[in-house]
Design a protein around this ligand. Structure first.
Ligand code: SF4
Ligand code: SF4
Length: 295
């Protein structure tokens, strides 16, 4: 199975919409499986028309630890409260209490507590599930609970689940998180090819360059899709020059098209409702396949 990861550096580039259409087009020629690794804001399933209750299962996951107090042992001397860098402990009721958000599981409170009255425990801070799309391939998705950390570990769990469900899938398509943080690194690790989705704006170019540094660090071959290329021809040229300088292929250029908004509203990949977009994604998938064979 070849793993292809889409990343963007910047949010709002249309990465999930592009992943969904690419998945539908690729699935007509290859056996594929999708992984939504944007665990802080997973919405790839929605683009395929799947809501939360469309999933076959949701399993709770633990990717973090939090402090738990033993009031029978606590001497109320506030060492934990004074040393918590994240200000995650309250002392309002004359005893240490963990705030709803903020505990990073760093363990400092456990270290400074001479009474052994605090310890770190595993907490369920995410859930993972899978569903079958009407396009005849599966998608694995995970959701981190609000205010929780550990997204890199959850991404690793999503990829593990995909491997369990892959059967004879030839391609795993990963929709990674925006940005360049831990979940993106966890998504990109082990990929055979990465697609940078860029938009032609100053921040689009800057963030794409930063995302490329991750791909380059892991020595993964990559190409670029320029979304809304006609919004700014000058920056479109800059992205092309960047691709040339770094020996990358431009896999495709997509024009600004309001049909993308309609597709999102209809919870349908845009290549399913627009012949123009279908042709564009067919061309992108053909180039992508050639790239994969070449690498
Ligand atoms: S440091 Fe330990 S003993 Fe002191 S207040 Fe905190 S939990 Fe209680
Ligand atoms: S584990 Fe760290 S962040 Fe959490 S309460 Fe203890 S000191 Fe604060």
């Amino acid at each position: 199975m070849r793993t292809i990861t889409l990343l963007s550096g910047k949010g709002g580039t249309g990465k999930s919409s592009i992943t969904a259409s690419l998945a539908v087009i690729l699935s007509k020629k290859k056996k594929i499986i999708c992984a939504d690794c944007d665990v802080d804001a997973s919405n790839l399933a929605l683009v395929f028309g799947l809501k939360e209750d469309s999933f076959k299962e949701w399993v709770e996951l633990s990717a973090a630890q939090k402090a738990k107090f033993d009031y029978n042992k606590c001497n109320l001397r506030k060492k934990c409260f004074e040393n918590c860098y994240f200000k995650a402990i309250d002392f309002k009721n004359n005893r240490p209490e963990l705030k709803e958000f903020g505990c990073e599981g760093c363990g400092v409170c456990e270290l400074v507590c001479s009474a052994n009255a605090v310890r770190l425990i595993d907490v369920n801070n995410a859930k993972i599930g899978y569903a079958k799309t009407k396009y005849n391939f599966k998608i694995v998705s995970a959701q981190l609970k609000i205010g929780e950390s550990g997204s890199g570990k959850i991404v690793a769990e999503v990829k593990k689940k995909v491997n369990q469900l892959a059967n004879e899938a030839e391609i795993m398509l990963i929709d990674s998180a925006a940005g360049i943080g831990c979940p993106v690194i966890a998504s990109v690790t082990g990929s055979d090819y990465c697609i940078l989705v860029a938009e032609p704006t100053p921040s689009g170019l800057f963030d794409m360059e930063r995302a490329y540094k991750i791909v380059k660090h892991f020595n993964i071959p990559s190409g670029i899709i320029i979304n809304k290329f006609d919004l700014n021809i000058e920056y479109c040229k800059k992205i092309k020059q960047f691709a040339k300088d770094n020996n990358m292929k431009i896999l495709g250029k997509l024009a600004y098209d309001k049909i993308f908004i309609k597709a999102l509203v209809d919870m349908t990949p845009v290549a399913e409702i627009s012949d123009t977009q279908k042709k564009s994604f067919n061309r992108i998938s053909e180039k992508l396949m050639r790239e994969l064979h070449r690498k």
